[in-house]
Design a protein around this ligand. Structure first.
Ligand SMILES: Nc1ncnc2c1ncn2[C@@H]1O[C@H](COP(=O)(O)OP(=O)(O)OP(=O)(O)O)[C@@H](O)[C@H]1O
Ligand SMILES: Cc1ncsc1CCO
Ligand SMILES: [Mg+2]
Length: 258
């Protein structure tokens, strides 16, 4: 959906969040025009998925004991035909790949949003990482396209250049906003935006719209503030202020075919 439709419909975004950044994720959903809800209790999943428009699963602080519930949640969302976004934080670390492998085998994920190193793991390509951060370099378009082909999911690869791919169509947003990488949780919040913009239909176009929304907020924030603390708040303000026509103009200018 576009930003106008989003603000009119107020999509409910169920975040199975990590325990590091839920406050920031909830605020990003809220200021853009959606409605966030966080939960981990399996007894609630049927009720909450029924009223949700998107389910966003972040494996950043997974626990073995909760893994069956995580899978159950996605299966409930699959049955209810709700869009599911997976944020596979630091999946390249072998212990962190455990929940991701289980989720990919036992349930269906519609979109995977991660940094280049995380997406490279799905593509089977080596890419240097350091914990939650992608630190290497590589052909990000090829990585995203291959990961999409291997998983059947739309890929939303974030970084200096964002890449969106379904394995056939690939789009890029080559806009450098270094301050966007300074706050932990920007990626987690971006995954929630991806769920929100895809809540009516899962498409490359809607995924690119979510990625463009965060980039544009970063561009505008970095024109006003120069340090990470203020920047995080300014990004929230810019996400709140961006209008439909401004977002679509940015997309016209900066979203290119790969
Ligand atoms: N070097 C960069 N230049 C421009 N934008 C960047 C850069 N690095 C990240 N971004 C932007 O920051 C946002 C988050 O992407 P990032 O790749 O940092 O996610 P992440 O690694 O999952 O972050 P986190 O784990 O901290 O939530 C995206 O909007 C992306 O476009
Ligand atoms: C720092 C950190 N550790 C696990 S999840 C997370 C937040 C980034 O996704
Ligand atoms: Mg991340």
């Amino acid at each position: 959906m576009n930003l106008l439709e989003l603000k009119a419909q107020t999509p409910l975004v169920f975040n199975y969040a990590n325990y590091v950044t839920p406050q920031f994720v909830a605020n990003v959903v809220n200021v853009v025009g959606g409605s966030p809800i966080m939960a981990r209790e399996i007894d609630e999943f049927n009720d909450l998925v029924a009223i949700s428009n998107a389910v966003v699963v972040n494996t950043g602080t997974w626990r073995r004991s909760e893994l069956p519930e995580t899978i159950k949640l996605i299966q409930i969302a699959n049955q209810a035909k709700k869009v599911v976004v997976l944020d596979p934080v630091a999946v390249g670390i072998p212990s962190r790949s455990v929940p991701v492998k289980a989720v990919m085998t036992e349930s269906q994920v519609n979109v995977i949003r991660g940094n280049a190193a995380e997406i490279a793991w799905f593509a089977g390509i080596d890419f240097t990482s350091h914990g939650i951060d992608a630190t290497g370099s590589g052909d990000v378009q090829k990585i995203a396209s291959l990961a999409a082909q291997k998983t059947g999911a739309i890929i939303a690869l974030s970084g200096q250049t964002d890449v969106i791919s379904d394995g056939h169509t690939t789009q890029i947003i080559a806009v450098d906003v270094p301050l966007l990488a300074t706050n932990v949780g920007t990626g987690d919040a971006l995954s929630a935006l991806v769920g929100m913009f895809n809540s009516d239909a899962v498409t490359v176009e809607n995924t690119a719209r979510a990625m463009a929304m965060m980039k544009l907020a970063g561009v505008r924030a970095s024109q006003k503030v120069k340090t990470p603390g203020y920047f995080a708040n300014q990004v929230l303000d810019e996400l709140y202020l961006i209008k439909q026509d401004e977002l679509e103009a940015f997309i016209q200018l900066e979203v290119k075919n790969g």
